[in-house]
Write a protein that binds this ligand. Structure first.
Ligand code: BGC
Length: 755
């Protein structure tokens, strides 16, 4: 009954949009016509996606497996391919689809363009710390321009999973722990990838992933079971996905985890009821890699046929690499387990997106070698990478104002395995980046200053070459470089140490139970600290690390993540003060791994703890509940003060609004930028509410001595949440409003909401 309802609903949606505008009418008419000619086998073929499987510009594929896929391609049984790289390869495969299949339906080519294509930008988590939405839109735009110039139509990004657990390696791909910021970042990235008009040759289709709840993998272990309630799903996990739909994203990818014990790929409620129903999404959903077949080990599907049946009926439109739609759907329809209307709906969605890309007008429109040569890794694109790199850095500590460093007259010891590493800064999911192509910190520092810089690696962080598929082999025993490093440190005015994670220590399948500096790095840092206390620690990592010892002993700490192609230049510009750091954390840094998941928008519990000494309260015996560095935190080389928090009215109703303001002053001696943050607490709700929720922010730049009034408008929409009634609505009552430079801000004003 439910299924019939959805099919009816999607037909209604289609006819509603058919009625809505002539272009849509034309598009749907074209698709009707095409679909009327398609056999069931060809329809199942459109729903099948394969990984690039042979060198299409070379000889015919060898081996049964390859040959079978090639035959399927020629028979119109493949609708999309991923990971086919380069104009020539894409053109060659497209030619087979267009010229050799019966109906000549073009393929759509997808790839993970996560933080750049050839020009690599900071990993998304880093870039979100800029809080600069325009910048994030711009870097996605550049990535799309490069990917499309190389023949691609579709990126599997943005990843909009909310992440609260630093053990999970994939935190690097998202925008951190907050749904409000995450929603704005999702919108910026989708707009950047998709541009103004999808049929422009410099745009690509975006894909909001992983739908949904993948970031909640238990114990931070990748692909693990996730357990959260319906309110967490709607209030914390869903908002960035909804924002992506509102921004016009054309595809979704589902996720590997379960929701309410049902694998997301086979989850009717989130895919059909919510996404395609409540949210009116008329693009298509691709499964995650093999996730249809993986419903078998999940213990949800009996076999491949059952898995295909469950997935398609639940709303998964395209099968990435399970090969089950192409092999099972025809029979499933014939024996009545899957309705032809279900298949038609999925195929229509896929063809719609191909139509919007303009592939039916010109299937080779993105295949332009000239463009590819000119636009990939251009000087202009690299400038955006540098800007993004500088803006993503977060200054965590600067006690003795050791930073910024003087440009000359200093003896600097540069120490650490990552100081000359030109590969790690490219991070994971680096697409077409050339191996070892990032600028290193040593290069950046040499280009930027006249100081005498001596370098010692101190240790090897890892052995061998690393890549997406292998585990990084960490050095746990070779300390032979320590002595040289200690010697140069002892003879220097200041030591810059570059430590952290190798570029493939975070990302997919890279969960860690120990989130300290890997290998012998902390030991090296302690040794150097014995001979020189003037240490600036530059941390490169794909996740928040446990920096508790470092925070206690090291005067200056810069969180430099993995910043991409211009990493070393960006870091040097910050070290020497050419750029005054303005980044703020979008994910909390725990005091130790035992604290995770730790996040700012937690709930109070019935026994909130305020100190370690309290025994029967919700706290630990060994560390405070608060993280080491909280969400929203980050320092500058100047200082800011906040005063005169005020609201123009302490009463509002659901149709009125109030204004809140605060005075911000630059009290230091440099020009600087501050991310002014608005938080609201809904004191009593029909369900327990978070202690604070981000509800606005502004980037304000001030000269030394300058002050300004920063204002926010609060209306009913900011107070809504998914209530006990299972509806998005606000609830009358008392609210607290905070404005400050991080999520720890404590001063507040109260206001009341009435109906
Ligand atoms: C990942 C996705 C990715 C896909 C294709 C999967 O393993 O979970 O995020 O888009 O592979 O590369």
């Amino acid at each position: 009954m439910k299924k019939i309802f959805y099919l009816l609903l999607s037909t209604l949606v289609i006819s509603a949009c058919t009625n809505a505008n002539p272009e849509d009418k034309e598009k749907e008419k074209f698709i009707d016509n095409l679909m009327s000619k398609m056999t069931l086998e060809e329809k199942a073929g459109q729903m099948n996606q394969y990984n690039g499987f042979w060198d299409a510009t070379g000889p015919m594929p060898e081996g049964d497996y390859q040959k079978k896929r090639y035959e399927e391609l020629k028979n119109g049984q493949v609708g999309s391919m991923l990971n086919v790289i380069g104009v020539d390869q894409i053109r060659a495969l497209q030619k087979i689809a267009v010229e050799e299949t019966r109906l000549g339906i073009p393929l759509i080519f997808g790839h993970d363009v996560i933080h750049g294509y050839k020009t690599i930008f900071p990993i998304p988590l880093a870039e979100s710390c800029s809080w600069d939405l325009e910048l994030m839109q711009k870097s996605a735009r550049v990535a799309a321009t490069e990917a499309s110039a190389d023949g691609l139509h579709w990126t599997f990004a943005p990843m909009v999973d909310i992440s609260r657990d630093a053990r999970w390696g994939r935190v690097m791909e998202g925008a951190g722990e907050d749904p409000f910021l995450g929603s704005l970042v999702a919108k910026a990235r989708v707009s950047g990838f998709q541009g103004e008009n999808l049929s422009d040759t410099n745009t690509i289709i975006g894909c909001a992933k992983h739908f949904a709840g993948y970031g909640f993998s238990e114990a931070g272990r990748d692909y693990n079971t996730a357990d959260f309630n319906e309110y967490t799903l709607h209030n914390s996990i869903m908002p960035p996905f909804k924002a992506a739909v509102d921004a016009g994203v054309r595809t979704f990818m589902n996720s590997f985890n379960t929701i309410d014990e049902i694998p997301a790929t086979g989850h009717t409620n989130i895919q059909r009821d919510v996404l395609k129903g409540d949210w009116d999404f008329d693009g298509f959903i691709v499964s995650d890699w093999g996730s249809i077949e993986q419903m078998i080990p999940h213990g949800f599907a009996r076999d491949g046929e059952h898995a295909a049946e469950l997935a398609v009926n639940a709303g998964s439109d395209m099968d990435m690499e399970s090969s089950l739609y192409v092999s099972k759907l025809v029979d499933l329809v014939k024996n009545g387990k899957v309705k032809i209307e279900t298949i038609n709906d999925a195929v229509r969605r896929i063809l719609r997106v191909k139509y919007e890309l303009g592939l039916f007008d010109d299937p080779y429109k993105y295949c332009n070698n000239e463009r590819s040569k000119k636009e990939l890794a251009s000087e202009e694109n690299m400038k955006v990478a540098l800007e993004a790199g500088m803006k993503s850095i977060v200054l965590l500590k600067n006690d003795k104002s050791l930073l910024p460093l003087e440009k000359n007259g200093n003896k600097i010891a540069l120490i650490g395995p990552l100081a000359t590493d030109k590969n790690s800064p490219l991070g994971n999911w680096r697409s077409q980046a050339v191996y070892n192509s990032a600028s290193s910190v040593l290069e950046g520092m040499k280009n930027n200053s006249e100081n005498k810089i001596s370098f010692a690696k101190g240790l090897d962080l890892y052995y061998g070459q690393t890549n997406f598929h292998n585990r990084v082999k960490v050095n746990y025993d070779d300390r032979s470089g320590f002595e040289k490093a200690k010697l140069i440190a002892s003879k220097s005015d200041v030591v810059v140490m570059v430590l952290g994670e190798e570029g493939h220590q975070s990302g997919e399948g890279r969960s860690r139970t120990n989130i300290g500096l890997p290998g012998l790095q902390l030991e090296l840092l302690k040794e150097i600290h014995k001979v020189n206390k003037n240490i600036v620690l530059v941390v490169m990592s794909g996740r928040p690390l446990d920096l508790t010892w470092e925070d206690k002993h090291i005067p200056s700490i810069l969180q430099a993540w993995q910043l991409g192609s211009k990493s070393g230049d960006a870091i040097a510009n910050v070290l020497f003060g050419d750029y005054n750091p303005s980044g703020k954390l979008t994910m909390s840094f725990p005091r130790n791994v035992g604290q995770v998941p730790v996040y700012y928008n937690f709930k109070n519990t019935g026994r909130p703890s305020t100190s370690i000494e309290q025994v029967t309260n919700s706290g630990y015996a060994d560390v405070e509940n608060s993280p080491l560095y909280s969400f929203g935190y980050g320092l500058s080389y100047t200082s800011f003060s906040y005063s005169n928090l005020s609201i123009d009215n302490d009463n509002m109703n659901k149709t009125s609004s109030i204004k809140a303001s605060i005075e911000l002053s630059n009290t230091g001696s440099r020009k600087g930028k501050e991310v002014v943050q608005l938080y609201i607490r809904d004191v009593v709700g029909s369900i327990a509410r978070p202690m604070k929720e981000l509800k606005g922010f502004k980037l304000i730049e001030l000269n030394p001595g300058e002050s300004t009034t920063v204002e926010f408008e609060i209306d009913n929409s900011l107070l809504e949440f998914y209530t006990y009634n299972k509806k998005w609505e606000s609830e009358p009552g008392n609210f607290q409003l905070f404005i400050g430079g991080n999520s720890n801000v404590s001063e507040y004003k109260e206001f009341n909401l009435t109906d």
